[in-house]
Write a protein that binds this ligand. Structure first.
Ligand SMILES: [Zn+2]
Length: 346
């Protein structure tokens, strides 16, 4: 009598090196602390990791970083780290352990993508830091050194035979680095929902990409104070139909949780359950397209709240419960539809 092994709902990637990066060595009040990851890991460990299989990720080789970043940028971060560290800008710091942490963060996103495309799982999550979505091809900024999700998307396209990647960035800040990496490309659809008027200041609705990439960058800025009705409306009535038309072979989420109402860095008003509902919507898309879904941690700066958001998101991704459908929120959703409708059927 054979016993079938219980299939894990998904793969969870991280590495202990991600805990070593600590900008508080330079700025005692810096919000990007190792406690963010520790809180996530403790919350998940209490519940048996929700059945997800944990894997330690190898460091990304520098050639993988160079799928997105210039040789000069990679050298600059490595050399600053080897020299003992220093500030890149008023928000972004490299310490002696930071380069290794950043290699494992990027390596997690790459290893998740490889495992997903090899069919080892349908879901993946990277609980890593430093985060990546502000890092531009030639510049570290906004706590980010290397752009983990952009490197993973490039790896999928250049080395794993994936033709189209959809990246949804639901961090409360605009994913400027990812946008720059793929600005002129039609094989990566990049959609960012973010609070207007905060860091980094980019991501207006009129920025739609350029050249061959025109229409493949979609920015959905929302006002301070936005609640889940608006975020979920944009997901259901703009993001999902566009992504379905694009027909990606891989879906990735830049999963920041700083749009939560208790996050200290921004002013949106989502709840942990709002992220779960967004996750259900995106999982529904991936299931209907028959493609894998991977998420990479970005922001989220209240550790206990962040941990709850990640737990709810992983549970929602792994459940069979469908997302709720709701009518469109009237104001911003119709304005966004008018913009996006120039390029995509809605
Ligand atoms: Zn953020």
């Amino acid at each position: 009598m054979g016993v079938r092994p219980v299939k894990q709902p998904g793969l969870y990637f991280s590495h202990p090196a991600c805990l070593e990066h600590d900008p508080r060595a330079y700025m005692p009040e810096h919000p990007d602390t190792p406690e963010r990851l520790i809180a996530i890991e403790q919350a998940l460990a209490r519940e048996g990791w929700l059945g997800w299989e944990r894997r330690e990720a190898p460091p990304a080789p520098e050639t993988q970083l160079q799928l997105v970043h210039s040789v000069r940028h990679v050298e600059q971060i490595r050399e600053l780290s080897l020299a003992g560290g220093g500030a890149i800008d008023p928000d972004t710091f490299v310490g002696e352990p930071s380069y290794r942490a950043a290699l494992h963060a990027a390596g997690s996103a790459c290893e998740m993508t490889r495992a997903l495309m090899a069919g080892e799982a349908r879901l993946g999550f990277c609980g890593v830091r430093p985060s990546g979505h502000h890092a531009e091809p030639d510049r570290a900024m906004g706590f980010c050194l290397f752009n983990n999700i952009a490197i993973a998307a490039e790896l999928a396209i250049r080395e794993l035979g994936v033709r189209r990647v959809f990246i949804l960035d639901w961090d409360v800040h605009h994913g400027n680095g990812t946008a720059e990496a793929f600005r002129q490309r039609s094989d990566v659809l990049f959609v960012s929902i973010h609070q207007a008027g905060i860091y980094p200041g980019t991501g207006s609705m009129s920025d739609v990409g350029s050249g061959a990439g025109e229409g493949y960058t979609i920015n959905l800025p929302v006002p301070a104070g936005s609640e889940e009705d608006l975020w979920l409306s944009l997901i259901e009535h703009i993001v999902l139909p566009v992504a379905e038309s694009f027909a990606p072979e891989l879906v990735l989420i830049s999963a920041g949780f700083d749009a939560h109402r208790e996050d200290p860095l921004a002013g949106c008003r989502l709840e942990a359950g709002s992220f779960a509902e967004m996750a259900r919507h995106v999982r529904g898309l991936a299931v209907s397209l028959g493609v894998p879904l991977g998420a990479v941690l970005e922001g989220g700066y209240q550790p206990a709240v962040l941990a709850e958001c990640v737990r709810e998101t992983l549970a929602a991704l792994a459940s069979a419960e469908p997302a709720q459908s709701a009518g469109p929120e009237p104001l911003l959703t119709s304005r966004a539809a008018a913009h996006v409708g120039h390029y995509w059927p809605l």
